[in-house]
Design a protein around this ligand. Structure first.
Ligand code: ATP
Length: 811
């Protein structure tokens, strides 16, 4: 058992602007702890609720200042926890702090650079590396990803996510067994056999979390997320399995409601969040008080799930994320205060070992069968058939050699067959009787002779004594054998009743209720099928296609709008950068692959040469041999270095692909949100002639807004048919502003100047039409409109009075 208080660390986030930085100092001098001093600016101190102290001091195991990179955080905080998990102890790392203080950045990582990978991907990488190195045990790794939002649990890895939204999926609920162990119903476990599979699961969960978000539900800020690595290990042949869990927890923002100034739905959410963080605080206060017997874990889902991590069987670490900008000082002080209380909590981590019920059952079944066999022998239930002649002969031979053996320790081995044992007894009795008669006659004749003969020689006397001793031994051995058999039979009866109670006990294992063997088999088989589903990058791309697949169904205009949206989006720089880096890494990997093949080829060529040299003159190492040997060594070294680099590149490429995929999903999502918002705006305010003024710009950079205005007037979503897009309609309601049959002079002018590709129906006033989103149908509609316009145009030309109509919309 390892007793340890919860370890607390602090991480200071770099400020957005340097001038907003609050005043603080970190004292690293002390040996075991570091201290953080926060100086409250005078203006803030005046309004600060608790008191007017100007300086606050907090102690932490270590404080990481703004310049600490992700590698340092992993090495110092997460790696020791991962090591204890590998040793079989439970571990938890949770990040606590206000919104925007860097919890997600620390736990999951940033979305821009490979070097920004957070604790989860680095820990996965480390754990899988260690598992590969250790061949003395068989390891199994499963992943689960739980989100708690408004006190409801959601499985972020539920395969049904693709078909339904988060809210429609079955909620994860808590079950407590009689031993007060917590089980989570509807939370799926997915086997991950490689780092890549585990990263895919992380990506899948994060994407599902992002997809579920709406502007009204910024779940990432207002939900708690628990990514769990379940590790089981077992020595080959042993039925004892070690289970360890590592929870990596990204808590919701800890700010107080009053400050956030929220209302309505957001207030409800904030209340839930504050309530669950409040209950977390209650649990922590109760745990830090010495004589409290009741700890209110059950008050919230999060404290129930993290029960073991808080004052239980777990090595727990907290990271207080601090944003020490002036306006966030009071929240940071609250976070530090919370951490000080957490530091008082003592945990007791034990190795979680249990007998694998499946293996135990197999072993017991085998033993039972053996015992049954033996029991049958003892009770004579079986083998009633008489021994064959050959068997009898064989037995008698055995008895003879046993009797002739001078070794007093020798044994008569006939096996656990009562027929044979009985036969031995009979035979020995017969021999003994024969000897007796013979002996008697000898004795009588001898005694007759004795008077006239010499007394028995000492040697003969000794010989007879030995024979007697041997007989005694034989009898003892046979009696012992009989006793042993009887005892085994009794034990067999006893064990089978023990077996039943063991079986009952095993039902309290973490496997689903019911038959444990069946439960685990089901769990493993479903996990392995799911693992297959998630294992390949093909799965990831198909997932991405499904998540972003809306594009395939887009109307032409919407597609074009998306292209422009994408081009102007702030994230496109990151995507492009990552694309560039990916390209570089791919070509580096390709070059490395070629070099590796070359090195392998060289090694393959040099090896036989070296061997033949060696064979030719084995005992005389000459210069040539020495040269070949060092060349070979050099090639091998080069090969190893390149291979290691290639492996690292593969991981980096995978990660970059995940980052890009995630960015793409985010982009698509933002576009959909923007499009939908525009659609509802248009429905509220029917667009007038100058309705273009109402259109909301793309929610991006100023540069993009400039481009957007160009887009509005220069780019035609209809592939140069001479119209403009009226943004913001869902596919079914999308309206394309099309040339109206009777143009106003002004609009004609505008058309001429603003439509570069105005070749088909450009110089006409515009009108609109609802499109369906189906490209075939849309082009039919457009063809119809065009034909209609031609007719109307003719009509207009005939008409003597030309009305200025400007834009109008067909509905
Ligand atoms: N140590 C850091 N170095 C560089 N950038 C950081 C750091 N910490 C956070 N950031 C950046 O600050 C922003 C907010 O961080 P993050 O999303 O991690 O905050 P959070 O505490 O998880 O917020 P929320 O409660 O909303 O989830 C992100 O853009 C992130 O990249």
């Amino acid at each position: 058992m390892v007793k340890q208080t919860i370890q607390i660390f602090a991480r200071v986030k770099p400020p957005v602007r340097k001038q907003q930085q609050g005043i603080y100092s970190i004292d690293e001098d002390e040996k075991l702890t570091s201290s953080l001093e926060i100086i409250l600016p005078r203006d803030l101190a005046d309004g600060f609720v608790n008191n007017k102290r100007e300086s606050y001091n907090f102690k932490f195991q270590r404080i990481f200042d703004q310049d600490a990179n992700q590698e340092t955080i992993f090495e110092n905080i997460a790696k020791p926890v991962a090591e204890s998990v590998l040793a079989g102890y439970n571990g938890t790392i949770f990040a606590y702090g206000q919104t925007g203080s860097g919890k997600t950045f620390t736990i999951t990582g940033g979305a821009e650079r490979y070097s920004d990978r957070g604790i989860i991907p680095r820990t996965l990488s480390y754990i899988f590396e260690q598992l590969q190195k250790d061949s003395s045990k068989i390891y199994t790794t499963h992943i689960s990803y739980l989100e708690i939002y408004n006190e409801c649990g959601y499985d972020l890895l539920d395969p049904r996510h693709e078909a339904s939204s988060l809210e429609d999926l079955p909620k994860v609920t808590i079950l407590e067994d009689p031993e007060q162990n917590i089980h989570l119903r509807n939370l799926s476990l997915h086997q991950a056999t490689t780092e890549e599979e585990a990263l895919n699961l992380l990506f899948l969960g994060d994407t599902n979390r992002m997809i579920a978000e709406t502007p009204m539900n910024q779940a990432s800020t207002r939900s708690h997320c628990i990514f769990t690595i379940h590790l089981s290990s077992k020595e080959p042949g042993s039925a004892t399995v070690r289970h360890a869990k590592l929870h990596l927890v990204d808590l919701a923002g800890s700010e107080r409601v009053a400050k956030t100034g929220v209302g309505g739905q957001l207030l409800t959410e904030a209340k839930y969040i504050n309530l669950s963080l409040h209950y977390l605080e209650q649990v922590i206060i109760a745990l830090s008080e010495k004589h409290r017997s009741h700890i209110p874990y059950r008050n919230s889902m999060m404290t129930s799930v993290l029960r073991d991590s808080l004052g239980g069987n777990c090595m727990t670490t907290m990271i207080a994320t601090l944003s020490l900008e002036k306006r966030n000082i009071d929240e940071s002080i609250s976070t530090c205060r919370f951490a000080q209380r957490v530091a008082l909590i003592k945990n007791e981590a034990v190795l979680n070992e249990e007998i694998d019920p499946r293996l135990m059952i197999i072993r017991l079944q085998k033993e039972i069968q053996e015992l049954k066999d033996e029991l049958a022998i003892v009770t004579g239930e079986r083998r009633t058939e008489a021994l064959t002649e050959a068997e009898l002969l064989q037995l008698e031979k055995l008895i003879t050699s046993f009797l002739e053996d001078q070794d007093p320790e020798s044994r008569l081995e006939v096996g656990a067959d009562m027929r044979k044992i009985h036969h031995c007894f009979h035979h020995l009795k017969k021999l003994l009787n024969e000897k007796k008669i013979l002996g008697n006659s000898i004795v009588s004749s001898e005694s007759k002779d004795q008077d006239c003969q010499e007394p028995l020689k000492e040697e003969e006397y000794k010989k007879l004594r030995d024979i007697l001793k041997q007989r005694d031994n034989e009898i003892n051995i046979l009696v012992n054998m009989l006793k042993k058999e009887k005892k085994k039979a009794q034990d067999a009866l006893h064990s089978s009743s023990m077996d039943r109670s063991e079986f009952r006990r095993s039902q309290n294992s973490p496997f689903p209720p019911g038959n444990p063997e069946e439960g685990q088999r089901r769990l493993l088989s479903s996990a392995s099928t799911q693992a297959q589903d998630f294992s390949t990058s093909g799965y990831r791309s198909s997932l991405l296609h499904n998540k972003t697949g809306m594009r395939g169904e887009m109307s032409l205009g919407r597609q074009e709008a998306f292209e422009i949206f994408k081009r102007d989006h702030a994230d496109s720089i990151t995507i492009d950068d990552n694309k560039q880096i990916l390209k570089q890494r791919f070509s580096e990997a390709k070059a490395l692959g070629e070099s590796i093949n070359e090195a392998r080829r060289k090694i393959g060529k040099q090896m036989p040469l070296w061997i033949s040299e060696n064979m030719a003159v084995p005992s005389m190492p000459d210069l040539q041999e020495e040269r070949l040997r060092s060349q070979l060594e050099e090639e091998k070294r080069r090969y190893k270095t390149m291979f290691t680099r290639l492996k690292a590149l593969k991981v980096e490429i995978e990660h970059l692909q995940l980052l890009m995929d995630k960015a793409k999903v985010k982009l698509q999502k933002e576009f959909e949100a923007w499009w939908a918002e525009e659609a509802s705006n248009l429905q509220v305010k029917p667009p007038a002639v100058n309705s273009l003024n109402h259109m909301k710009p793309f929610p991006q950079t100023s540069e993009s807004q400039h481009d957007q205005s160009q887009f509005l007037f220069n780019k035609s979503p209809l592939g140069g048919r001479g119209g403009w897009i009226a943004q913001g309609q869902d596919d079914m309601y999308a309206r394309k502003i099309l040339p109206s049959p009777c143009p106003s002079p002004r609009s004609q002018e505008q058309s001429r100047t603003s439509t570069p590709l105005g070749n088909s129906t450009p110089e006409r006033p515009v009108s609109s039409v609802p499109l369906t989103g189906d490209s075939q149908t849309d082009s039919d509609i457009l063809a119809f409109i065009k034909a209609r316009q031609n007719i109307l145009q003719k009509k207009c030309n005939n008409s003597s009075t030309q009305k200025v109509r400007g834009f109008h919309f067909y509905s």
